[in-house]
Ligand binder design. Structure first.
Ligand code: G3I
Length: 330
């Protein structure tokens, strides 16, 4: 399935020096994770609407939020995010059908035969609800083990459904919403190394078996001064693209608390890191999108750090300039 081309340049009259205007001019999506509860805050929705053309629900499209109790689904927060995106002409990344980190407790307790049915019902119900409003789904998130013997993480899905749960999830998602691109998403495999090789091998095998997978998300949760090299990221993107996959940088943030030097030096190292990594995506034709895991340090899962493009008062940091320069091809 070929990717839907991202929106073209800014509509007439829109500011031409925003992240999304420059990204769209280069045929790329630039996105952010958002939380529904903040969309009513003027500074939050103003920056989100002005700078980004691709939204990911940070947690409100996950199974444990949609269906905390069996059979009772609440799509309210996810719909608020999808509605905001639609009002701003943005695309939406659905995140995520299956993740051991956001599975309702009642699901974890199911016997294997009931779990298999519950997984299929969940994917079908959620894909049905959002059909036509989702550019891409993260179908399976973080199924690869960080190290040790088995390549696959020993999640409840693998324990009870076997390794085939991944292929089954992608097939269920394709059947439920043929219009959405289907992604595998993970962290720690952005460059070279065991986990990157395990992710590559998993995707290569699934594709060889005819499993409908369109793309891969490289989360890119990194630290300034401690990350895969540009060359390793580029080589990994190239080999994934050679499988026919679209590549997304899907959850980028850059920690600086442990970066040496003054605050000014930390912010400069952060800027350089953002610019260098985003430039790798700009140079890879199959890298369709860069999504940041939030955009203001006021709301980050990395509490206590300052990993994002805007400070807690919604002022752009040097990191913002670094991303803008990379989007401009510098
Ligand atoms: O907003 C509510 C608040 O009103 C309530 O008082 C509080 C206590 O219940 O919960 C708050 O919501 C929390 C939300 O983060 C916002 O802080 C949820 O409980 C909590 O589960 C949620 O955690 C999210 C986590 O995934 C689990 O879903 C994080 O925001 C989110 O950044 C994190 O994102 C993951 C990706 O999905 C996968 N990759 C790793 C990444 C970081 O862990």
């Amino acid at each position: 399935m070929s990717p839907t081309p991202p929106p073209s340049g800014p509509p007439s009259g829109a500011p031409s020096d925003t992240l999304k205007a420059v990204a769209a001019g280069r045929g790329k999506l630039v996105g952010t994770a958002v939380q529904a509860g903040f969309l009513s805050d003027p500074p939050y929705n103003a920056v989100a609407g002005r700078e980004f053309n691709y939204l990911t629900a940070e947690y409100q499209m996950k199974w444990n939020v949609i269906e905390p109790s069996r059979g009772v689904r609440d799509f309210g927060p996810g719909d608020a995010i999808a509605g905001f995106a639609a009002s701003q002409g943005m695309r939406v990344k659905g995140h995520t059908f299956l993740w051991h980190g956001a599975t309702p407790s009642w699901v974890n307790a199911l016997p294997a035969d009931e779990l298999r049915v519950a997984v299929e019902q969940h994917i079908r119900a959620v894909a049905d609800h959002y059909r036509g409003r989702i550019h891409a789904w993260d179908v399976v998130n973080e199924a690869i083990a960080d190290g040790g013997g088995s390549a696959l993480r020993d999640t409840v899905f693998r324990q009870k459904l076997g390794d085939r749960y991944i292929a089954d999830a992608f097939r269920a998602a394709r059947a439920a919403d043929p219009s959405a691109l289907l992604f595998y998403n993970d962290y720690g495999g952005e460059g070279s190394g065991v986990k990157a090789d395990r992710i590559y091998a998993l995707l290569q095998e699934l594709l060889a078996n005819g499993v409908p997978i369109d793309g891969v998300g490289l989360q890119m949760h990194i630290a300034a001064g401690s990350r895969p090299s540009d060359g390793a990221i580029a080589a990994n993107m190239r080999r994934l693209a050679a499988l026919g996959l679209i590549v997304h940088i899907s959850e980028m943030d850059v920690r600086i608390n442990d970066t040496a030097g003054s605050e000014q030096m930390r912010l400069e190292a952060q800027r350089t890191t953002y610019q260098d990594v985003v430039r790798v995506c700009m140079l890879e034709p199959r890298c369709e999108a860069v999504t940041f895991w939030g955009f203001t340090d006021a709301h980050t899962w990395l509490s206590g750090d300052r990993p994002l493009l805007f400070d807690a008062r919604y002022q752009p940091k040097p990191a913002y300039d670094g991303v803008l320069e990379a989007l401009r091809g510098r």
